[in-house]
Unconditional design. Sequence first.
Length: 343
Amino acid sequence: MHELLGKAEQMHGNDDVIRIPGPVRHNRLQETAARHNLQWLRAHGMLREERALRLYDRWDIPELASASFPDAGLADLCLAVDQCAFYFLFDDQFDGDRGARPSEVARVCAPLITTLHTGRAPENPSPVESAFADLWRRGSQGMSARWRARAAYHWEGYFMAHPSEALGRALPDARPSRDAYLALRRGASGVDTVLDLVERILGEVPATAFHNPQLALMRRLAGDAPAINNDVYSYAKEAPRGDVYNLAVITQRERGLTREQAFGLVRDEAQQMADEFFDLAEQIPGIALALGLGRDEGAALLRYVDGMGDWMRGYFSWEAGTLRYRPEGALPLDQPNYLEELL
């Protein structure tokens, strides 16, 4: 059991970090936001026991938010830290027997989708329901109707990707194709909701630019590159638990490769995606001009592009350093991958 984890840890040296142009910057308000985050998690019952707190602390979620949103003000950075924490704590709730029961996973996710439309948690909410209602209230406050509709759609896709992931674990012969994997991974990773958060913090992008094909492709790359690279880091946690929606698992199976060979191909693909993103970014000022964007609209578009770049820099840097994907930050594979029941 621990042999697999040990080998996976050795695979994650500094040479494995995806190379991104520009420095990783950190938000000067990180420590304040980190203190808020612990208070917020406790207030919603997301962290109760001391041993759960110790495990969570090893993941260094405030570092992820700080490096991904280096220019955010305090309220926005606190929102970012809380949202990042929510993803991981929620997702881990399905790394046990529940995660192989699709109908139960769907039942758990349904009230969260209702919250997107009512703005309220259900009566007697679980910790997850309480925390998400607060996230949605804070995140959507002051945003336009078009942003709220898009963000609600992305959150719904995130939640309802989890039953399909559970279906993959439940079917003993499940062998998703690469295309099926990508369709589900974009939802399950939550990356679209992260990019909505970029827009929430840095300013809304005008519709003319948002739906431009180059920018749409950049959003896909900014989401897919971190998502598929994470499959290498999370392989030791996911593969032994029966997760089939992992690109390293799929590549290893389809091409008859060793694990290390599959890791290399997945990393190379993530690097190519990141490179393509920054190549496309060079076209954005000209596109803004050609679309006739005003000064403020053009500035919003450029901030959004820079924000997506910061997100990728921050995520890849954090992923290479966090203990979440190493033995000292994980639980034994014969136990559920969470310490507290949050659902």
